[in-house]
Design a protein around this ligand. Structure first.
Ligand code: FAD
Length: 318
């Protein structure tokens, strides 16, 4: 029977949706190894819903008294709580923050980690983590040697459990950090973060200029919960913010639907989106590499296809 600690990600007082998936993954891991306790830990002070977290799979919730996020402070808090709760596994979310914490936590616990996991199984009582490698071209299965396994789970691969249970709430002390985040800046556009959204429309250099982005926005407006993404070429050109970049040096996404408009499908872009469930490519070059990975392909001028697509989607809404 293995107890599992899962780290909740809170941004400006709000629980990130991917954290509930992390709780679901932790519940799955505990159940696979005999049904231990799942403790969810928020490393900064916030209001959390015991019923929501209990339903997602947490038995206990600990909220630390930390005021501002600190990478080294949060990692120290997580490692201490992992030891105190006797956790056999520590789960984080494969977001930018989760990536920052993963190695630190594994280092403090003197163990290995599996990053960006997409599936879990148990063999002889040990957890086996599946993670995509080589831009999603291959999958590796990882077993972590040692008393505790540390792993991050990719958003949109695990579902929160769906239980009738409420979590027991508690508090813990935050470890002091040397570097503390004092504020966030970024564009707030009222759309979901591209790394967590279930539907994404991304644009590339084929759109011609930043002025044509309203065509992507019109499609996103017609599809509930759709986020905007971008290739690095357009981010480098200053057309879109880096927070929207998908790929090796941007965000990794795995939505149900990924529409790539005017994106060639370079290996570094594929590294960030090839595990999307349905990929729709719009490109005027029938030989563009993206078509080799697309579920559906539209060979055509994105500047004509996108307005037609948003018009049809609007009709479906009305
Ligand atoms: C170390 C490293 C890291 C990188 N990291 C990333 C990363 O994280 N993310 C990323 O995206 N890239 C990354 N890149 C860059 C990557 O190699 C490509 O250069 C980039 O993805 C190309 O962007 P693009 O597809 O928008 O542009 P292009 O390659 O120029 O492709 C434009 C596409 O649009 C099509 N097109 C043109 N006009 C139209 C039209 N009117 N309608 C429809 N289609 C049209 C063209 O046929 C073409 O296929 C990285 C590169 C390196 C070396």
């Amino acid at each position: 029977m293995s107890d599992v600690l899962v780290v909740l990600e809170v941004r400006e007082g709000q629980l990130r949706p991917a954290s509930l998936e992390g709780v679901g993954a932790a519940r799955q891991a505990a159940d696979l190894t005999g049904g231990g306790t799942v403790t969810a830990l928020a490393t900064e002070s916030c209001e959390l819903d015991a019923a929501q977290l209990g339903a997602a799979g947490a038995d206990k919730v600990l909220v630390s008294d930390g005021q501002n996020h600190s990478g080294d402070g949060a990692a120290a808090t997580i490692a201490r709580v992992a030891k105190e709760t006797g956790a056999a596994a520590v789960f984080l979310t494969a977001t930018a923050r989760g990536r920052d914490l993963l190695g630190r936590v594994a280092g403090l616990l003197n163990t290995g980690f599996a990053a960006d996991c997409t599936a879990l199984e148990a063999q002889d009582g040990s957890l086996i983590f599946t993670r995509p490698v080589f831009a999603g071209k291959a999958l590796t299965k990882v077993r972590i040697q040692g008393d505790v396994a540390v792993a991050s789970v990719r958003p949109n691969f695990f579902a929160p459990a769906s239980r009738e249970a409420s979590a027991e709430m508690g508090t813990t002390q935050a470890e002091a950090g040397k570097a503390v985040v004092t504020g966030y800046s970024g564009q707030k556009q009222g759309r979901p973060d591209v790394a967590e959204a279930n539907r994404v429309i991304a644009g590339g250099r084929g759109l011609g200029s930043a002025d044509n982005w309203h065509m992507l926005e019109a499609v996103a407006d017609a599809v509930p919960g759709m986020a905007l993404g971008a290739s690095r070429a357009v981010v480098d050109a200053g057309w879109r913010p880096h927070s929207e970049q998908v790929g090796q040096t941007g965000k990794t996404v795995s939505p149900e639907l990924y529409i790539a408009a005017g994106i060639s499908g370079a290996i570094q872009h594929l590294a960030g989106m090839s595990t999307s469930k349905v990929i729709v490519a719009i490109n005027k070059d029938a030989d563009a590499p993206i078509f080799q990975h697309a579920t559906y392909g539209i060979v055509g001028d994105a500047l004509e296809v996108l307005p037609a697509l948003s018009e049809e989607l609007k009709k479906l809404q009305s």
